[in-house]
Design a protein around this ligand. Structure first.
Ligand code: HEM
Length: 491
């Protein structure tokens, strides 16, 4: 098979080597997608042993349930002392972990999570009410009225929501308006650290340097000794491990004190009949890390992106509002899930946001087995790193005509939706697809419905663009907005 080599263009280089947030949308995934498109090559070599695919057929072969590929070694070299569901490579070990956690993540648990989501939305809206301004006059808001950094607040909200759902903990970040929490070192000493900040610092340096897996342990060591911005990022990022340790330890203390809570931690400790699972403490901490990491920033990115797209497309925001208003009472602050979960336009907005700007946009690396594998009818040698980007898949014009347009209408017809869903993979596909999908839909649907029902919004200017940095996920920068209460909410 002939594979063209993709030499990275300047935007890709600049992302790897320098500044964090760029005002242009998606960089790395878009760059690679355009390289495939411009060369009309469905397979490109992006490293000495790494291939990128850009054809929907590759999804089934690389990620589908019957795939012979495993997660790539990237996961093993970046994992801690114990693997979690997300980074475990060994298939039987993954199946064991997935079975253990599936019960906790099952859709029948929605009722158990809903009141936690309601409680957290009420606290977010308390903050938004206090930051509300007078209704907008004219088109462009005064700078002084841009009182809400939506991306910051929604990250605080998802931090609170996932820690409440998973660990029954109220973090107080929504009350303070900042992601400052307590971190605990292994020696038991405590210090204050920033949740979202440390998570972003961690992914920023590691996704920059984790390309050559054999060399990564050396590179990691070098980054830690040579004074540079990467060294500070590595140090700052370590705090996330201590935050996780604090969260897990506090919850363990409650468990040992005999407190019973209906949350994920309980499912890690005991099965449904109350028999102990006897997991090692290191494995429990690793699973907690996976959940409170994967469960916070992804949903925040999705909501930030979807709201920015809705504000930029007022006709869709109006349609959404009309639909939500018809399902919610005038004086209702938080949408009951049952009332809004089947609203077609609401779901269409959530899905169209996830399609156009998937929070995990890049190709998730997988490894072919030693004997090689067939991908898209081509034989690919053993131990090759292969991926197909989610960003590219969502731009397949045979499924999504005018793929760059934010058009929720494309999801409305049920038959059309069924067809689109087969090319819609924001949560990846197959046995390693996202386990938190039910939770994020619950959160996004309830939050978005409640938000548009209660508030109006304006961005700083018509040509404002959401700053982004691609570091495994599509990390969003600030989104300053003016908000004001709708008349419906005033009453
Ligand atoms: C919009 C929100 C979300 C998106 C776009 C998203 C996306 C993804 C993707 C693409 C993967 C596959 C990663 C890979 O193969 O390397 C994944 C896996 C995973 N996600 Fe999510 N996720 C979201 C929300 C959540 C939430 C809320 C949770 C937990 C509460 C969660 C927990 C997980 C876990 C545990 C895995 C690993 C599954 C496995 O390997 O078996 N995710 N997610």
């Amino acid at each position: 098979m002939r594979v063209n080599t993709y030499i990275s263009s300047p935007p890709m280089q600049s992302l790897r080597s320098s500044q964090n947030f760029k005002s242009s949308p998606v960089v790395l995934s878009r760059d690679l997608y355009l390289a495939h498109k411009n060369t009309q090559q469905p397979i490109l070599r992006i490293g000495p042993n790494s291939l990128s695919f850009c054809d929907f057929r590759a999804v089934r072969d690389i990620y589908g349930h019957g795939t012979p590929c495993t997660k790539d070694l990237k996961e093993s070299v970046t994992a801690g002392s114990h693997c979690n569901l997300f980074d475990v490579v060994d298939k039987p070990d993954h199946a064991r972990k997935r079975k253990l956690l599936s019960a906790a993540f099952a859709i029948k648990n929605l009722e158990r999570w809903e009141y936690k989501v309601v409680f957290t939305i009420e606290r977010l809206f308390k903050a938004f009410d206090s930051l509300s301004t007078a209704p907008l006059k004219g088109q462009i808001p005064d700078q002084a009225d841009l009182t809400v950094d939506f991306c910051n607040w929604i990250n605080l909200w998802t931090i609170e929501a996932i820690n409440f759902i998973a660990l029954s903990d109220k973090m107080n970040v929504l009350d303070k308006g900042i992601d400052e929490v307590v971190a605990e070192r292994r020696d038991g000493t405590l210090y204050k650290a920033r949740y979202r900040y440390s998570l972003e610092q961690m992914v920023s340096w590691s996704s920059t340097f984790c390309w050559e897996y054999d060399l990564f342990p050396w590179v990691e060591w070098l980054v830690g000794v040579i004074p540079s911005k990467w060294k500070s990022q590595q140090r700052n990022g370590r705090a996330f491990g201590d935050i996780v340790y604090r969260q897990a330890s506090e919850r363990l203390r409650k468990y040992q004190a005999g407190e019973k809570h209906d949350d994920f931690f309980q499912s890690l400790m005991e099965d449904k009949s109350g028999n102990p699972n006897n997991l090692e403490w290191g494995e429990i901490v690793a699973e907690v890390a996976g959940i409170i990491n994967a469960g916070s920033d992804t949903t925040a990115m999705a909501l930030t992106q979807t709201l920015s797209l809705l504000i930029q497309h007022p006709q869709h925001l109006d349609t959404l509002r009309n639909e939500v208003d018809s399902a919610m009472g005038q004086d209702e602050m938080v949408a009951a899930y049952d009332k809004v979960k089947d609203l077609p336009f609401l779901r269409a907005c959530v899905d169209e946001g996830l399609r156009l700007m998937p929070p995990t946009a890049a190709g998730l690396p997988r490894r072919t087995p030693p004997q090689g594998a067939q991908i898209m009818g081509e034989w690919i040698a053993g131990d090759t790193s292969v991926n197909m980007s989610i960003y590219a898949c969502h731009r397949d014009e045979s499924y999504f005509p005018d793929p760059e347009i934010f058009n929720p209408e494309r999801w409305i017809n049920p038959e059309a939706r069924r067809r689109l869903e087969s090319a819609f993979i924001p949560f990846s596909a197959g046995a390693r697809s996202c386990l938190g999908r039910n939770i994020t839909y619950l959160e996004q649907i309830m939050l978005l419905a409640s938000l548009v029902h209660r508030y109006e919004f304006a961005l700083a200017s018509p040509d404002w663009q959401l700053p982004r940095m691609e570091a495994f996920n599509m990390v969003c920068g600030s989104m300053p907005i003016k908000i004001w209460k709708r008349e419906i909410a005033q009453s």
